[in-house]
Design a binder for this molecule. Structure first.
Ligand SMILES: [Zn+2]
Length: 396
């Protein structure tokens, strides 16, 4: 089975994860899909099993001391239906608008990423489903590489470990992933977009809940007595830097994002998320909230205001600055492949960060999948195949 046939087989399987589910994995189709992957790995000659959480582990040894791990996720985003049965292959894309169906056309004017893949063979959707290249392109790449690995074991300097995780799209991909089951020295998630970009930096993240209690009395007799907590909430938010918000920041600029605002005279709550690649700047953002609280209390001594801050996840770069070996291997593989690599900071979190802090260093590589999570998703078959050859260089 070649990489395209395999990809089509896997995207036909609906593994849309469910954020409201209380089970793990969140849907039983992930378990069924995981069992298929175990069978397919065994067919290639790779030891594999699925554990009680639906995480698939595979392993093939060649007697070397060190092991590299490759990780992709099995689920697709709950934004639109998955399990596409009739994706379309476009051979040597001509750079023009692509009609997906009678309702939807994908035009390079709206999706300029298409300009980067002119001349490539693409797989696009039927306009009614997402494609599922996030992250089944990663799974297909790992399989294609594993097939090569098994028949050329002695060419490689590392044992091969594989993991496929459920529920990444609902933020639980690394929850039950166990480095002790993967037994690798370094690992890579294959879950990015362009293969010419990789990531080893993500946000440091915290959340904050601000609760303001005011003083409510009849409006007719409120003079010098009423303290309207909703108005204090507005004042509180106005004390924060007005340009430090998602819609006005990019690259390495962090932000304080007001997610929700609910209130009346007596009680108002504001929920924020705080993000910054630099952990010191994240600490400063926390202090901004605390100093806004102090200013409000100084002005309205009879109001009550609580700021509850919780840390969420950490930038994996703080690990990699002390040990660049996982990054050095990426650089070596791209150099040998005569391919340029660009490192981009992720403006969000990634399973690799959680896995890195579980003790297995894990940067992220691209898979050639674009516009994920919607009907305009597409993959470049050329990029998928190129990634397989880059992995071959990496394991050499
Ligand atoms: Zn993904």
């Amino acid at each position: 089975m070649d990489i395209v046939e395999r990809f089509k087989k896997y995207i036909a399987f609906d593994t849309t994860s469910d954020e409201n589910s209380l089970t793990y994995p969140s849907v039983s189709s992930e378990l069924e899909f995981g069992k298929i992957l175990v069978n397919d790995l065994k067919e290639l000659g790779i030891d594999a099993y699925i554990d009680e959480y639906g995480v698939v582990y595979g392993r093939c040894e060649n007697g070397k001391e060190k092991t590299l791990g490759l990780i992709s996720h099995m689920d697709t985003a709950p934004t639109i239906a998955g399990g596409i049965k009739n994706p379309r292959i476009i051979t040597s894309y001509d750079g023009k608008a692509i009609k997906l169906n009678d309702k939807y056309t994908m035009d390079p004017k709206d999706f300029p990423l298409l300009n980067d893949v002119v001349g490539d063979d693409l797989i696009v959707t039927d306009g009614e489903h997402l494609l599922g290249g996030d992250d089944k392109a990663g799974i297909a790449i790992i399989f294609e590489f594993a097939k090569y690995y098994v028949s050329h074991k002695n060419e490689f300097s590392y044992n091969l470990a594989i993991a496929f995780t459920p529920d990444e799209e609902i933020g639980k991909g690394a929850l039950h992933f166990e480095p002790s089951k993967m037994k690798a020295d370094l690992a890579y998630t294959l879950d990015g977009e362009s293969i010419y970009e990789a990531n080893f930096e993500n946000f440091n993240a915290a959340s904050a809940k601000v609760t303001i209690t005011g003083v409510g009395v009849h409006t007719g007799m409120a003079k010098d007595i009423m303290i309207n907590s909703a108005l204090l909430g507005i004042e509180f938010n106005n004390l924060l830097p007005q340009d430090m918000i998602p819609s006005k920041t990019e690259g390495y600029e962090g932000f304080i994002h007001l997610c929700s605002f609910n209130g009346d005279v007596e009680k108002t709550t504001l929920e924020y998320i705080l993000r910054d690649h630099d952990k010191n700047l994240l600490e400063e953002k926390k202090k901004m909230l605390l100093s806004a609280r102090n200013s409000i209390l100084l002005k309205y001594p009879k109001a009550k205001i609580d700021v509850l801050i919780k840390d969420e996840y950490r930038n994996m770069k703080d690990y990699f600055i002390h040990d660049m070996s996982a990054i050095n291997l990426i650089n070596k593989a791209y150099l040998e492949s005569k391919t340029k690599i660009n490192y981009l900071p992720i403006r969000g979190g990634t399973d690799g960060a959680t896995i890195t802090y579980k003790g297995l260093p894990c940067p992220n590589l691209g898979v050639g999948d674009f516009n994920p999570h919607g009907r305009f998703e597409f993959v470049s078959i050329n990029q998928m195949k190129k990634m397989v050859s880059i992995l071959i260089e990496m394991f050499k």
